[in-house]
Ligand binder design. Structure first.
Ligand code: ZN
Length: 220
């Protein structure tokens, strides 16, 4: 009987809250991560950039077209639920770019608690947790943002380095000691944010840091 009720609840949920393609919002099967049409637009191979300090960063998509639209909805349109679908192409790019690396833990670029309260979720954390689930690697909060700063996308490239300096700190250095860490964010632009986070993790005793994001801004 409970089984039957659970099934009923689940199918009601599927009807009321169908899974949608994050890129075009058509309804897709709940086990899918995109519609067939959008999947055809996925580029290959993975895009490689380097964060400040030389940390490798992989991503499946450029910050452009349907991918840029999806990130904006995910980030500002209260569509945090898309993390589940968006993590799939991210994991593909991670596996492709870091063959043979056994990460000990996955973490994310943290958000200041004031901004977290405004938005309701940290999009980088949602992506990191979904990637961790798919890859069967523990997720762990390792850094906190203890100082508020301006949003990186709102300021000039030349001021971005200074803007992220000294705003993050380690939560517990025992957690990261000798660990191979994969740090996740939603977008890489100049790579100052990821570079600053990676620098702190390395300084506090982890073994290695690599990065992954959903979209890379391609500079012309
Ligand atoms: Zn689609």
């Amino acid at each position: 009987m409970t089984d039957f009720i659970d099934k009923l609840k689940n199918s009601a949920k599927d009807i009321l809250f169908p899974v949608r393609c994050p890129y075009c919002e058509t309804v897709i099967h709940k086990t899918e991560y995109a519609c067939e049409n959008c999947k055809k637009k996925f580029p290959s191979p993975a895009i490689i950039k380097y964060a400040v300090g030389g940390y490798k960063c992989t991503s499946p998509f450029p910050y452009d077209g349907i991918f840029k639209k999806a990130v904006k909805k995910f980030k500002f349109g209260n569509k945090g639920g898309y993390a589940k679908q968006l993590a799939f192409p991210m994991v593909q790019s991670i596996l492709e770019s870091y063959q043979g690396v056994n990460f000990d833990l996955i973490t994310c670029v943290p958000m200041h608690k004031k901004r977290l309260a405004q938005r309701g979720y940290n999009q980088a954390e949602l992506l990191a947790k979904e990637c961790a689930k798919i890859m069967n690697i523990p997720y762990c909060d390792t850094l906190e943002k203890f100082k508020e700063n301006l949003e990186q996308h709102s300021i000039k490239a030349s001021e971005r380095a200074k803007n992220v300096m000294g705003v993050y700190r380690i939560i517990d250095k025992e957690l990261i000691k000798d660990k191979k860490i994969l740090i996740i964010d939603d977008i890489i632009t100049t790579g100052h944010t990821l570079g600053e986070c990676a620098k702190i993790l390395m300084k506090k005793g982890c073994k290695s840091v690599d990065c992954a994001v959903l979209c890379s801004v391609i500079m012309s």
